[in-house]
Design a protein around this ligand. Structure first.
Ligand code: F6P
Length: 323
């Protein structure tokens, strides 16, 4: 393999830049040329492809976002779009790809390989940490710390005013961000998509806590929870307990930005090296990840279709620690 491409796709995540840097430098270390594909599959289709050298990735290890930009491409979901992307790669003599992203990114890469035979190795880059095949995804640790910092501040005002705050954190289909935020932020309740918890239970828990003279409450809601978002849940609770002074905070995209934590920089660098070395060693359609501190390559098929379960022990911790 003489020339590879690297791109970031889907929601950006802190540490993507550190991963790009590791990919570029590992490729150069092995005597391989590297091209950066801008805006994910969208830029691949349009031929937005630029040569990267060691200085292109200088001074980015500490920066949030992605220097290659990111996008979610509808066109790549069509055969015509993938054909155009393939033609662009052939024009640029790109023989393999490193895809930094999440589920959607790997679904696209798998289809692309089936149709056109371009080998791809994935790097798990998403704040959601919802990918099977790695204990942590790049950006997750930073996102949790960002959310927790906001939650600490909300706790101050909740306490001053004897209020309940319903705080919505990101995680489209996953409670991975919500759970450590609830434990670390001292929340009374956590609501996650992976485990159904009825509104009645939420109301009952809050009423019991009020009887115990608790005056401020934090309820962490993962955005994809079955019962609805934080506003819907807060309204239902307010109806049942009108005397409870409640507010809603949606932390939102702040969770996607900022300088990556030390853990994310380390993970991104490890994975970036592993992705290129996997590609060089003939791997394709796999994601590089770290499980129990060991490097593993998991087929895209499994990362997409196997569910990474939440830790039930952590859910229990929230219950015990809010007594
Ligand atoms: O997948 C990362 C993520 O931040 C999810 O947590 C969230 O649901 C989604 O992306 C938001 O996407 P967008 O930035 O396109 O609104």
């Amino acid at each position: 393999m003489k020339r590879i491409g690297v791109f970031t796709s889907g929601g950006d995540a802190p540490g993507m830049n550190a991963c790009i840097r590791a990919v570029v430098r590992t490729a150069l270390y092995h005597g391989i040329e590297v091209y950066g594909i801008m805006r994910g599959y969208s830029g691949m289709i349009k031929g937005e492809i630029v040569r990267l050298d060691t200085t292109s990735v200088a001074n980015i290890v500490q920066r949030g976002g992605t220097i290659l930009k990111s996008a979610r491409s509808q066109k790549f979901m069509t055969k015509e779009g993938r054909q155009q992307a393939f033609d662009q790669l052939v024009n640029h003599k790109i023989e393999g790809l490193v895809a930094i992203g999440g589920n959607g990114t790997f679904t696209g890469a798998m289809k692309f390989e089936e149709e056109f035979g371009i080998p791809t190795v994935g790097a798990p880059g998403t704040i959601d940490n919802d990918l099977y095949g790695t204990d942590y995804t790049i950006g997750y640790d930073t996102a949790v710390n960002t959310a927790l910092d906001a939650i600490d501040k909300i706790r101050d005002t909740a306490d001053s005013h004897d209020r309940a705050f319903f705080v919505e954190v990101m995680g489209r289909d996953s409670g991975y961000i919500a759970i450590p935020c609830a434990i670390g932020g001292g929340a009374e309740i956590v609501l996650v998509p992976e485990q159904q918890q009825s509104i009645d239970t939420v109301i009952e828990t809050l009423q019991t806590a009020r009887k115990r003279q608790k005056s401020s409450f934090l309820i962490i809601v993962a955005e994809g929870d079955e019962e609805g978002n934080a506003t819907i849940i807060a309204n239902k609770v307010k109806e049942a307990i009108p005397e409870m002074d409640a507010r809603v905070t949606v932390i939102g995209h702040i969770q996607r930005g900022g300088a990556p934590s030390a853990a994310d920089r380390l993970l991104a660098s490890q994975i970036g090296i592993a992705a290129v070395e996997g590609l060089v060693n003939g791997m394709r359609n796999v994601m590089a990840g770290i499980v129990d501190r060991k490097l593993v390559y998991t087929p895209f098929h499994d990362t997409i279709y196997k569910k990474k379960l939440i830790n039930q022990g952590f859910m229990r911790m929230v219950e015990i620690l809010s007594v």
